[in-house]
Design a protein around this ligand. Structure first.
Ligand SMILES: *Cc1c(COP(=O)(O)O)cnc(C)c1O
Length: 357
């Protein structure tokens, strides 16, 4: 098989050994002579998977006592609504920072339940920076953030200091760097950006913060439903949870979050250095807010597009086109993308300069 350098923004690259183990489990799981796809989610073998996945999340992120870890469905997109249902009493206020399309969607859902105060937004510059220097109204029940803006390529390097609880959509940078979970009442993340395949969504929730948002939460959207049943209220997405568990095992074996954070920094440094050095390219976002996960950049001379596109495709690079709302290029450098793949991209950028610069 040809090695492909996969920069896909999500679903995205996962470790090769995870793909191998995951495919084996489809054929014969745990030597049961059964596929993982055909056993009960209540069987001992699957309950162990669920327990292990939840324990790995706690271990890898140092989740403190009093927090619950859940693997649910609906994607981060349903998380927007769940966050509001579980933390915002009807007609009360919540503060949101609008840093891109995902934040905008989160705001829309919260507005169904209560009143959103948009405390800051970077929409004036097509979301190419993280707003700073805003106040957080004390009447807000919480502050909601998107830690990494997958589409625009910005990332909070520091979380705001807030007197109201913080809820955070960490879909595209969870497990990429160390975080202090105790700073958040809720963290949620779709699996398919850094943790596993599409189909499950991780929730890390401070249990004592629940129960204050009224009693009219639909059963499936009420996080307490799932806490009571150990994330097994209904049939969980068994395969995405299994593959997420394998990916978390891989992460642990490779030194955990501190080790991967160093590698992620090295990858981002390598690529951004080339974007800044090479006169044919320029970054899209404010330098201090650059995402270590999704680097967005453009050609300084659009007429080189055809040449550049042909060259990176020739180098077996996949998934480099920018999102339609930004254009240009986006290199998504999630945990499983090796440094060598970034070097291949940097070499192609240098080659373009040598040929056309
Ligand atoms: C991809 C993404 C989402 C949407 O996730 P789904 O699982 O597709 O609903 C939400 N927020 C962020 C930051 C994302 O990157």
């Amino acid at each position: 098989m040809t090695k492909v350098h996969n920069y896909s923004a999500g679903p995205c690259i996962l470790p090769q050994e995870v793909f191998e183990k995951a495919s084996q489990a489809v054929l014969n799981f745990n030597d049961l002579n059964l596929s993982i796809l055909e056993i009960s989610h209540r069987s001992k073998d699957f309950v162990e998977v669920m327990e292990k996945a939840r324990a790995l999340v706690k271990e890898l992120l140092n989740v403190p006592e009093g927090y619950q870890v859940l693997f649910l469905q609906g994607g981060a997109s349903l998380g927007f609504l769940k966050a509001a249902y579980n933390f915002l009493p009807p007609r009360e206020k919540a503060a949101y920072i609008n840093t891109g399309s995902w934040s905008t969607k989160a705001i829309k859902e919260a507005n169904r339940i209560g009143e959103v105060i948009e405390v800051a937004s970077s929409e004036d510059k097509n979301f190419n920076y993280i707003p700073k220097g805003y106040g957080i109204p004390s009447e807000a029940k919480y502050l909601h953030l998107t830690s990494n803006n997958t589409i625009f390529g910005t990332q909070f390097k520091q979380f705001p200091i807030s007197r109201v609880p913080i809820l955070c959509d960490m879909s595209s940078d969870i497990f990429s760097q160390e975080i202090d979970v105790s700073k958040f009442d809720l963290i949620y993340a779709g699996a398919q950006k850094n943790m596993g395949p599409a189909g499950t969504t991780l929730y890390i929730v401070k249990e004592s913060a629940l129960g204050k948002a009224g009693d009219n939460i639909p059963t499936m959207l009420d996080l307490r439903t799932h806490i009571k049943k150990d994330s097994m209220f209904n049939t969980p997405p068994v395969y995405p949870i299994y593959v997420s568990m394998l990916t978390l095992e891989w992460l642990k074996k490779n030194g955990g979050v501190p080790a991967i954070a160093k590698q992620n920094q090295a990858k981002a440094d390598l690529l951004y250095a080339e974007i800044d050095r090479n006169p044919l390219f320029e970054g899209v976002t404010a330098k201090e807010d650059r995402s270590n996960m999704n680097a967005t950049f453009v050609l300084t001379n659009e007429s080189l597009k055809e040449d550049f596109d042909a060259m990176w495709k020739e180098a077996n690079i996949n998934g480099l086109n920018g999102h339609r709302s930004v254009g240009g290029y986006r290199a998504s450098m999630y945990n499983a993308l090796p440094l060598e793949s970034v070097q291949v991209l940097v070499d192609v950028m240098k080659e373009l300069e040598n040929k056309k610069g």
